[in-house]
Design a protein around this ligand. Structure first.
Ligand code: A2P
Length: 283
């Protein structure tokens, strides 16, 4: 990868810009409009939002105001946890498009495999949901489909009834939290791994070993973490509402970490915490 606009190719041939701009915990309204505007100005062409982030309207507004062609921007959203089922999913997808102010989505994900509301029947609910998503895909209303926070047993369950397999699994991946089993299994099933919280929601920046490595390369810890994500073959989704940091996080293509350092960073087990157990979430 040499630039933000370089792409990974999904299993269905769709190309996806190699770094996405993360918008979790970016407040709807001015904060989100300004952040996404800064990201587009800095050259990001991939924006990751979700129904559950409650900022789709602002993301859409920033995209439209940017003057960048819609076709040159990759937009992802995710089905919120309160919604599962065939018709419910179709309706929720339409509402997302309305809020985003666009007539298609690039990637749509099931946000969590086992929402607390569906803990007793998540298998059936995901199967029905996926049917709706396949229909949206066949009707070209979305260019690619995926999942988020799914582990091996959730993937197996989905694949029992899926006609179209997911192309992406978006999970928490950051220094010391490499979720090896999920990564390997997702890849085996043809999925690209997207890395959310690639900075451990900021916690990675305080890790002494990361500071030491960053100093060696003359880079910030954030840049090293994002670069590490790319060198592991993940698609990082760094979030910031600070324009200087948004630009800084995009400058990760003019240095390379040694294989030893990539290993060392992977091995900093739990340095920024671990992902939630998706079977036990309370949302
Ligand atoms: P802010 O949004 O206030 O700029 P993650 O991508 O893992 O979710 O991490 C996001 C957190 O890391 C946010 O708190 C964000 O702060 C902070 N952050 C993002 N980029 C940088 C950076 N380059 N330097 C310092 N902090 C950063």
């Amino acid at each position: 990868m040499k630039a933000l606009t370089d792409t990974y190719t999904l299993s269905n041939g769709v190309r996806i810009p190699c770094v996405g701009f993360g918008t979790w915990q970016v407040a709807d309204g001015r904060e989100a409009v300004d952040a996404v505007t800064s990201a587009l100005e800095a050259g990001y062409r991939h924006i990751d939002t979700a129904q559950g982030y409650y900022n789709e309207e602002s993301v859409g507004k920033a995209v439209r105001q940017s003057g960048v062609n819609r076709a040159d921007i990759f937009i992802t959203s995710k089905l919120e946890n309160g919604v599962r089922g065939y018709q419910e999913t179709l309706d929720a997808f339409d509402k997302s498009l309305d809020r985003l102010g666009t007539d298609y989505m690039d990637l749509f994900l099931i946000h969590w495999p086992v929402p607390s509301k569906f803990r007793e029947n998540w298998q059936q609910m995901n199967a029905q949901t996926w049917k709706a998503m396949e229909e949206l895909y066949q009707n070209r209303r979305v260019r690619a489909l995926g999942i988020s926070n799914f582990r091996r047993h959730h993937i197996d369950e989905l694949l029992k009834t899926a006609a179209v397999g997911p192309m992406v699994n978006q999970i928490r991946l950051c220094p010391g939290d490499t979720q090896d089993d999920t990564v390997n299994y997702s890849r085996e099933k043809g999925m690209l791994l997207e890395a959310y919280s690639p900075l451990g929601v900021g916690d990675v920046l305080q890790v002494p070993e990361m500071k030491e490595i960053a100093e060696k390369y003359g880079r910030s810890v954030a840049q090293v973490a994002i670069r590490w994500s790319l060198q592991r073959g993940y698609l990082p989704l760094p979030k910031s509402v600070t324009p200087a940091r948004i630009r800084e996080n995009a400058r990760v293509f003019d240095f390379e970490l040694s294989p030893q350092d990539v290993e060392r960073i992977a091995g900093l087990k739990g340095c920024a915490g671990f992902s939630h157990d998706p079977d036990k979430i309370t949302w």
